[in-house]
Write a protein that binds this ligand. Structure first.
Ligand SMILES: [Zn+2]
Length: 84
């Protein structure tokens, strides 16, 4: 398993998403999926899953971000404003 559950990176290639653009800084969301049964997951908040039926990048059931590049879905990326 590739470790690394906290990351920040630069977008090097767009994938047709609506808000993420080449050159943006982004942070990937760690927790994905969800059990699909508990109230938190049914409300789209697997980070508050009550059953443990989720994966976490670099921690549980999914490779992390300690690598040169990775691809991710836009819904799992949080754009970080550049300071200025
Ligand atoms: Zn759940």
């Amino acid at each position: 398993m590739v470790l690394g559950h906290e990351a920040i990176g630069g977008v090097v290639q767009e994938d047709g998403g609506e808000s993420i653009r080449k050159g943006d800084l982004v942070m990937p969301v760690n927790r994905r999926g969800g059990c699909g049964h508990c109230l938190a997951c049914l409300n789209g908040r697997p980070d508050f899953c009550e059953t443990g039926g989720f994966v976490e990048a670099g921690i549980k059931g999914m490779h992390g971000f300690m690598r040169e590049t990775y691809w991710d879905e836009e819904r799992y990326l949080v754009r970080v404003p550049r300071g200025g």
